[in-house]
Design a protein around this ligand. Sequence first.
Ligand SMILES: *Cc1c(COP(=O)(O)O)cnc(C)c1O
Length: 353
Amino acid sequence: MALPYLEINPDKVQQNAEIITGAARAAGISVAGVTKVTCAQPEVGRVLLDGGCSYLADSRLENLARLRGAGLPRPYLLLRLPSPSRAAETVELADCSLVSETSTVRCLGEAARAAGKTHRVILMVDLGDLREGVWPDRTLETARAMAEIPGIELHGLGTNLTCYGGVCPTPENLGRLAALAAELRQSLGLELPVVSGGNSSSLDMLFAGQLPARINHLRIGEGILLGRETVARQPVPGAHLDAFRLVAEVVEVGFKPSVPIGRIGQDAFGNTPVFEDRGIHRRAILAIGRQDVSPDALTPVEDVDILGASSDHLLVDVTRLSEVAVGDTLSFIPDYGGVLALSTSPYVEKRIV
Ligand SMILES: *Cc1c(COP(=O)(O)O)cnc(C)c1O
């Protein structure tokens, strides 16, 4: 197997999924398993389903196509707002989409009718995080307009928090979503079976039994894959935190000073670097760099310190290791952004263990 590689442990992902879907089921909540951070790695999709997720969700059509190509069962949920220019692909690859724009839903309706299908949509409400969604006071009129579009089934309401604005889910803001769903069911006479109360930032409320009763759906990626909720990134009790591991190869090792010699200009990325003086120490260079992952996204497994990185090189202080030689490997646990970047890099092998 070529180095560097991202090692993925599907058994650990499945066990994490079982913990979260078990707690959700007990609260009457179904879970869509989110594959986007792995670019929809099929083995990950499979264990999300085996671990109790009701269906798979991804933000990109290419990723949904990958899941389909691997034969993973539908339905699929599209997480990113659909692009009008790709309405036909959207109704082909997704069974349900999160939406906020009536004009886009008209395009989806047209495409669905042309394909002889009905496309489901979940109307997103912006409860203050300021990413996608209609403002709450426009929910009723927007829902009414969408529900009337032929080829479209308004399937529910949803919200997304703690993404752009870092707004935490609370009984108040999720209670507002639940109340809006009740109001819509009454006024429009629709079933609206799904009330989707967010992503991994809602896990704390789930485990504390604080989710409003009408919330019956969550969309979970990081909580299952990396074992952490995303308000304070605390571990989910009992979950594995190391289902993903980066392994990279040492290509130089030796003793050097920690402060560069000479007049300091800009580094490769236009920053003026500042250096901590660690004295003469043993440093290793690994064959992986910012083109693959930000050094800030990595936590070393071995007792080493990350010093920095350029496009193709990761610099590590290995003074505390008793032995390290060229050709050895070091391992790192990537955070969410790290898994995303490493999954996307064509220079990093993906290795399922
Ligand atoms: C990415 C995404 C999720 C999943 O988020 P996690 O924090 O990984 O659980 C849920 N909903 C939407 C709309 C998303 O884009």
